[in-house]
Write a protein that binds this ligand. Structure first.
Ligand code: GAP
Length: 517
């Protein structure tokens, strides 16, 4: 049995071998924290995006979508606070010359203490079996309490230092905790400095500061600056939302954990504009709707949790993460933020243009408040795949067992919905397979698979995550029936070819997921 770190490594190599995700520019030894999606990966990603888009735009009469440009006026990033405050605290190790995020070094240290607590819990669980009560154990066990106290003390100091932007104190915490460079083991650290995460480039042919523009670090600002254009052209009344899917760019320093933290990634964001004073009601509403979305996507409830932000950004009056249990622990997958009227007011101030809405019911104008839902498409992709990846023992033809690797991706999201396999490449079977594909391809992404033995082909489709395999055999040629194999149960049923579309359709439709919302 693999531990979660080995399973994660296995998933990463599986993604490469089966055309899900490749390191970008691999022939040139790759580019740090940038990845390319392969044939199956891009299909899965499109399906995730479609599910999100339909759940927002199609399912809500008061949400509309846009597709704004990546390049935007540089003043936008000044107004939003990104030029001055979108920073990470960085520290260099003098021996290895490696650069780290100071906050991550401290968080990793805390994670190690948390792991010690979990080890105690696991030991006790084994000892007491069914009678084990976690809550009681963690509130009474001496070693757990001592470790928890260490964590609380570090986090209190760290929070205070962060809130007061006290970089010297952040460095001192690293020194006091005797944190060593993971590479060299040395404790020789430089000062902590702030580092802006935005990528910049020049627009036009003249290189000068006046022509400096940024690659957007979030899609949200494209929504804010279009707020009135969209509201007027789509005749929406408050409360209403604007949704957008698009690329975002951040010069992440600690870029690791595969596609979890990338320098180029994709966001799916929705800004919901509400009356001032109504924001907490809508914040709670969107927390609940978004959690339901994750469950409909197939994430088990026990792998999802809310995490309230202990420190609120200056523009927010409430913020929560939906965390998912990735193979490396519970981490942020989506953020839900009540952003007040901060962004629209700032754009009013910096652009000199009104960002107000006239509310006929109240007979007055105001700058709307905003509740934002912001989810990473790539992180959702990783959540889906890490939840789907299974290594199972299955019986083989010789009476023993084989290990099969199967991606149990929810059928509606699977890149290929149905593989059509002629049992042999003669006797009219390939032609029959072709006819079946020609009939199904308008409704489903189909694939013909005719190489190697039928057993190997089933394994290959399991590894890709194809929910259904249709096999064309001798009986097909006699009575127009085929076998339909289910990826998860491996059971096969025989049915007439003309029933395939309905049978597969009911299982792979995105609408079935949408109806769960
Ligand atoms: N507009 C709000 C905003 O951008 P955020 O918490 O910085 O909020 C939202 O980002 C989501 O975008 C995160 O929950 C995460 O899923 C995704 N995300 C952020 N940075 C990322 C990165 N470097 N790589 C992949 N996904 C990222």
């Amino acid at each position: 049995m693999k531990n979660s770190s080995d399973t994660f490594k296995a998933l990463i190599s599986h993604c490469k071998e089966y055309g899900y995700v490749f390191p970008s520019s691999e022939v040139y030894d790759g580019l740090g924290a940038v990845y390319d999606y392969g044939p199956y990966g891009s299909e899965l990603k499109n399906n995730i995006k479609q599910f999100w888009w339909n759940s927002m735009v199609r399912m809500h009469e008061n949400i509309v979508g846009i597709d704004s440009a990546i390049f935007m006026h540089p003043k936008i990033w000044k107004a939003s606070g990104h030029v001055d405050a979108f920073n990470d605290p960085l520290i260099d190790n003098k021996t290895s010359k490696k650069r780290y995020r100071a906050d991550v070094l401290i968080e990793d240290h805390v994670a190690k203490i948390e792991a010690k607590i979990e080890k105690e819990v696991a030991k006790a669980q084994k000892r007491f079996g069914d009678a084990f009560n976690r809550e009681e154990f963690v509130t009474t066990n001496g070693r757990v309490l001592a470790n928890q106290e260490k964590i609380d003390t570090i986090m209190k100091r760290f929070t205070e230092a962060t809130e007061s932007s006290n970089l010297e104190e952040i460095r001192q915490i690293i020194i006091d905790l005797e944190i060593a460079c993971p590479e060299s083991g040395s404790r020789e650290w430089t000062d902590v400095r702030q580092f802006n995460l935005m990528f910049s480039t020049e627009m036009g042919s003249v290189t000068s500061d006046a022509n400096k523009i940024y690659l957007r670090p979030e899609t949200a600002q494209g929504i804010f600056v279009n707020f009135l254009n969209v509201q007027k052209s789509s005749r929406q009344k408050i409360p209403f939302g604007i949704a957008q899917i698009g690329k975002a760019f951040r010069n992440e320093i600690v870029a690791r954990q595969f596609i979890f933290r990338m320098r180029e990634f994709e966001q799916m964001e929705m800004q919901f504009f509400v009356r001032p004073g109504d924001q907490m009601k809508w914040y709670e509403e969107w927390k609940s709707r978004r959690l339901s979305w994750h469950k409909a996507l197939g994430s088990p409830a026990e792998k999802l949790q809310f995490y309230d932000h202990p420190n609120l950004a200056h523009y927010a009056d409430a913020a929560v993460d939906i965390q998912f249990q990735f193979p490396f622990g519970f981490k942020e997958l989506e953020g839900i933020h009540s952003r007040t009227d901060f962004d629209l007011s700032k754009h009013e101030e910096f652009s000199g243009k009104k960002m107000q809405y006239f509310d006929h019911e109240l007979d007055k104008s105001y700058v709307p408040y905003v509740v934002e839902t912001s989810i990473g498409c790539d992180r959702t992709f990783l959540a889906v795949l890490s939840n789907a990846y299974c290594e199972e023992e299955v019986p083989n033809a010789k009476g023993g067992t084989d290990t099969r690797v199967v991606l149990k991706i929810p059928a509606a999201l699977a890149p290929v919905k149905v593989a059509v396999l002629p049992l042999v490449n003669r006797d009219g079977m390939p032609e029959k397979a072709g006819e079946i594909i020609a009939n199904l391809k308008y409704d489903f992404n189909c694939q013909r698979d005719d190489k190697q033995t039928i057993g190997k082909r089933y394994r290959r489709q399991d590894a890709i995550g194809t929910p259904f395999c249709v096999t064309v055999d001798t009986e097909t040629l006699e009575n127009d029936t085929v076998t339909l194999r289910d990826r998860d149960t491996m059971e096969q049923v025989r049915l007439p070819i003309n029933e395939l579309k309905a049978k597969i359709g009911e299982k792979v439709s995105l609408n079935e997921l949408l109806k769960q919302l």
